[in-house]
Design a protein around this ligand. Structure first.
Ligand code: PEP
Ligand code: MN
Length: 295
């Protein structure tokens, strides 16, 4: 029986001719495209660690967290100025003011900034302030938004839809690439599965990491914060993600000196925990280099 719309990984050369490994022998079986964001390089063998608040709330909170993220040794700053919230009655972010705060935080710390664009009408505004445009899980299949992000002239962090297959995820990335922008980093952030919500927010799909790397040459990172929703799980999930070949991490951090975060407080880790994760990530680079030298 034929079913309409059914696709599998073997269809990738047709669906993603720009991004699938099978169509690009120049990358070989394991080569990764290096994506550079304000001097930070994804995919060169050294995991990139991004830290920051869930949302940009105030100037003081964001600057405090940014400084703490810098001190912890991370490479980039995250923080949502525009937030996708389940209820329209919840805090929606600080918008343009938040973008201005982020660029001030970049000035002071030197950390490149990634922040989410949710609306085609605001992509250019986000691109003006950010070093990398984030497309959130809920918008992974918002094709006009993907195309607009692809046209904005900045690298794009494409989160996986919470119920998206690998083919759908790579197909979404192809919409960005089609605009002539191949500076795309993929991000696994947990999927909906039967256990979701009982003991963790989503289910971290570690298995998809080697699959992404097998089927595309784009770098892939992991968001252990949204994947678990539990601060105590973020460290172990980060280490597991790196073991599975993740080329970076994006992590929510709270500054204990600031007020409790307005969103996702239960998954925010301390700067000290982030520093431990950074140390683990750096150790992996050294052992990677060591192995290479021995071989
Ligand atoms: C985020 O990273 O701020 C976020 C909302 O994540 P996701 O789109 O993965 O839910
Ligand atoms: Mn969050």
């Amino acid at each position: 029986m034929k079913i309409a719309g059914q696709v599998s990984l073997s269809d990738l050369p047709r669906i993603c001719p720009l991004l699938c490994r099978a169509a690009h022998p120049e990358y070989g079986e394991t080569g990764t495209r290096v994506v550079e964001v304000g001097g930070v390089r994804f995919g060169n063998g050294r995991p990139v660690v991004i830290g920051g608040p869930c949302a940009v709330e105030t100037h003081e909170q964001t600057l405090n967290v940014a400084r703490a993220v810098r001190r912890a040794g991370a490479d980039m700053l995250r923080g949502g100025a525009y937030k996708p919230r389940t209820s329209p009655h919840d805090f929606q972010g600080t918008g343009l003011e938040g973008l201005r705060i982020l660029s001030e935080a970049r000035e002071e710390t030197g950390l490149p900034v990634v922040t989410e664009a949710m609306d085609t009408r605001l992509v250019d505004q986000v691109a003006e302030y950010a070093d990398m445009i984030q497309i959130g899980s809920r918008n992974m299949q918002n094709y006009p938004l993907l195309a607009e992000a692809g046209r904005a002239g900045k690298p794009v962090l494409l989160k996986r839809g919470m119920a998206a297959s690998l083919v759908e995820w790579l197909g979404a990335a192809e919409y960005i690439a089609e605009q002539g922008n191949l500076d795309i980093v993929l991000c696994e952030r947990g999927i909906k599965a039967f256990a979701g919500g009982e003991y963790s927010r989503y289910v971290l799909d570690l298995n998809v990491i080697p699959a992404v790397r097998a089927h595309s040459f784009l770098p892939v990172i992991v968001d252990p914060s949204h994947a678990t929703g539990v601060a105590a799980m973020v460290g172990p999930a980060s280490r597991a993600a790196l073991e599975f070949g993740s080329q970076g991490l994006i992590i929510e951090v709270a500054d204990p000196a600031s007020a409790q975060p307005m969103c996702d407080a239960a998954q925010a880790i301390s700067p000290e925990t982030l520093a431990g994760i950074v140390r683990f990530a750096r150790g992996r680079v050294e052992s990677f280099v060591e192995t290479e030298r021995v071989a």
